[in-house]
Write a protein that binds this ligand. Structure first.
Ligand SMILES: [Zn+2]
Ligand SMILES: [Zn+2]
Length: 139
């Protein structure tokens, strides 16, 4: 794996560590209800990499199927949300921005699922805001 594009991260308690390849798309802020409930706050920053580029270390990774065809993985010791995977995009996986060892290496470029956002979750950073998913023309 190319060291310059390799990203690493971990959960709060370090029971789970990961290593993955470069981003497939620019990162985003997700404001959907599912992310809000899974994290306990909003929004949640995500970046997307190739599933085949991912290595996990540690035995505390657990999965919760939060919607049909959707798997959210988290640390069973400390509860940190780590990944989102959907059968709609089976060769990709999303990681939480906050779990990166070097979070400044990835910067979100927009906001998605604003239709779900509570009144107190209104970004003022000037980035584009999409009611649902990012339009595919921007991917
Ligand atoms: Zn942990
Ligand atoms: Zn979401």
């Amino acid at each position: 794996m190319d060291g310059a594009s390799t990203l690493t991260g971990r959960c709060l308690c370090s029971s789970v560590r990961y290593r993955c390849g470069a981003l497939l798309y620019p990162a985003t802020w997700c404001h959907c209800e599912s992310c809000r409930r899974a994290s306990g706050t909003a929004p949640v920053g995500w970046f997307t990499v190739a599933l085949a580029s991912v290595e996990f270390h540690g035995d505390s990774l657990r999965v919760h199927r939060s919607s049909p065809g959707v798997e959210r993985r988290f640390c069973s010791v400390c509860g940190t949300p780590l990944t989102y995977w959907s059968e709609q995009r089976p060769t990709e996986i999303d990681f939480t921005l906050g779990s990166l060892d070097e979070p400044d290496r990835v910067t979100p470029v927009d906001h998605i699922w604003m239709a779900d956002a509570p009144d107190w979750d209104r970004p003022t950073d000037g980035l584009p805001q999409h009611a649902g998913l990012r339009p595919t023309t921007l991917r």
